[in-house]
Ligand binder design. Structure first.
Ligand code: BES
Ligand code: ZN
Ligand code: MN
Length: 490
């Protein structure tokens, strides 16, 4: 078989996949790239790997010197688990682990592309992601800690899979954009700066952009965004970015709280620093509309993104204050820490004016999401059919969103003694669902709606796993783009 890259002296590492079999580890795929990995070399590799204890278990890493006949410095074998359970997500995860392990390497070549080029490429790119702009020379990554400079993917013939590669690269870059936004600390990313950076990216990509500053928000009655933002010296923004690609219209909304102290209903000090991630929904929808444009999706996608910093101060809103959401609904703010729903409601009503067919909102909305589903499983709520579709697509791409109900009986607990709504229920039961029910009040009539609560999944406070590192994960960018694809294909 032909290949487009040569394995030569400047190639540091060959990355191969290993599956488990009854007879020990086997190199996968077992039928591609014979000219690089002849049957003999393949057998020698398996033999040597077996000798050092490799099993081929999912994400296991084994590094050995290159056997005779292979012009590379070393071979990195990454486990893929059992061959019959091998799917795109496992390839992505294994490639991610390998991508991370290649730190310090110049050029790597991999045969994982023979299993699934797109998944392998996505995994390597995502796994190799690092975020270092805030490290001075004192802690900057040493040469052996820097991400792999170049990964070459073996393909059966020149030009093979170019589209899959473009897609994988574009998608991974969008995920990296979302991660970068989340990882940028609140000292440096506040509403005006966030909006300016998003505007700059969107204009560079030729998209339509509109930014409302605090005066425009005031003039147009965005009471939710203004109420949440008024405790901060750094005023709120609303940014709208449109990719115009066709008649069908999708509205994306993302929660952009650049830091959530809780406001006057202040959060405890422990782990409050993680609230730098409270704009993860905004980051994801901004990255997604940019990606939709890059992939020229034949639909119209508008991201409507409210941005505010939730701070306690002499100008902050108080528990008990009443504000008027965009569109006129009055709300008694019982708890200033339930701020996400207040900014999202304004944005949803505004997005409804475009008469979208679908509306998807994404938010790091509730601690209750973590209690219900853990750190890696987004909660998906909304109108029944579309909710199930989004959850299915999310599972297909490995982001694993899970459908959750919006129990009607909880709705009455959002009634207020003096306003149309209260922003919280008087109890903690079904906290993620109660937040969803609050948002449901603002879904435009007749629009198919999905609400993704990614409080845990957007930000990894633990160690790296698969293609996910510490910090911003970029979840749910890959779900969103897959849903947009699915809608475009209708
Ligand atoms: N941003 C938080 C939710 C959150 C918690 C995100 C943990 C990521 C990790 C949100 O604004 C919040 O504070 N929600 C409250 C709602 C409550 C007051 C009804 C919560 O979950 O405690
Ligand atoms: Zn919040
Ligand atoms: Mn909060």
């Amino acid at each position: 078989m032909a290949r487009t890259v040569d394995i030569g002296a400047d190639t540091d590492v060959l990355v191969i996949g290993l599956v488990t079999t009854d007879d020990g580890p086997a190199v996968a795929p077992d039928d591609a790239f014979d000219d690089v990995l002849s049957a003999e070399v393949r057998a020698a590799l398996a033999e040597q790997l077996r000798a050092v204890g490799a099993k081929g278990k999912a994400e296991e890493l084994t590094r050995i010197p290159a056997p005779a006949g292979l012009d590379v410095t070393s071979v990195l074998a990454v486990g893929l688990g059992s061959a019959d359970k091998l799917d795109a997500e496992q390839i992505r995860k294994s490639a991610g682990v390998a991508g991370r392990a290649l730190a310090g390497v110049g050029t790597a070549v991999t045969t994982l592309s023979g299993l699934d080029l797109g998944a392998a490429a996505e995994g390597f790119y995502l796994g190799a992601y690092t975020f270092t702009p805030f490290r001075s020379g004192k802690s900057a990554p040493k040469p052996d800690e820097q991400p792999v400079r170049r990964v070459e993917f073996l393909v059966p013939e020149p030009g093979f899979g170019e589209e899959a590669l473009f897609r994988a690269q574009s998608t991974a870059e969008a995920v990296a954009t979302a991660r970068d936004f989340v990882n940028t600390p609140p000292s440096h990313l506040y509403p005006a700066e966030f909006a300016a950076r998003a505007q700059q990216l969107a204009e560079a990509a030729g998209l339509e952009v509109e930014v409302l500053d605090e005066k425009a928000l005031e003039a147009q009655g965005f009471g939710g965004i203004l109420g949440v933002g008024k405790g901060s010296s750094r005023p709120p923004r609303l940014i709208r970015i449109t990719h115009r690609g066709g008649a069908k219209k999708v509205a994306l909304i993302g929660k952009g709280i650049t830091f959530d102290t809780g406001g006057i209903s202040i959060k405890p000090a422990a782990n409050m620093e993680n609230m730098t991630s409270d704009m993860g929904g905004a980051a994801a929808v901004i990255a997604t509309v940019l990606l939709a444009a890059r992939l020229s999706l034949p639909i119209t996608v508008t991201a409507t993104v409210p941005m505010a910093e939730n701070m306690p101060s002499a100008t902050a809103q108080r528990p008990g204050d009443v504000l008027t959401q965009y569109g006129g609904t009055t709300v008694e703010v019982i708890n200033t820490d339930a701020e996400g729903r207040l900014i999202l409601a304004d944005a949803m009503v505004r997005a409804g004016e475009d008469e979208p067919d679908y509306l998807i909102d994404v938010a790091t909305l509730t601690g209750a999401q973590l209690v219900a589903l853990g750190t890696r499983t987004p909660g998906v709520m909304g109108t029944d059919e579309f909710r199930d579709r989004v959850a299915r697509v999310s599972q297909e791409v490995g982001e694993n969103g899970w459908a959750m109900p919006l129990p009607a009986e909880l709705r009455a607990d959002l009634n207020s003694k003096i306003a149309d709504l209260a922003n919280v229920t008087p109890h903690r039961n079904g906290g993620m669902l109660a937040a969803g029910l609050y948002l449901k009040e603002f879904v435009p009539e007749g629009v198919q709606w999905a609400h993704l609560d990614v409080a845990g999944p957007a930000y990894n406070t633990g160690g790296p796993f698969g293609y996910i590192g510490k910090g911003g994960t970029g979840v749910p960018v890959r779900t969103l783009i897959a849903v947009l694809d699915d809608i475009a294909a209708e």
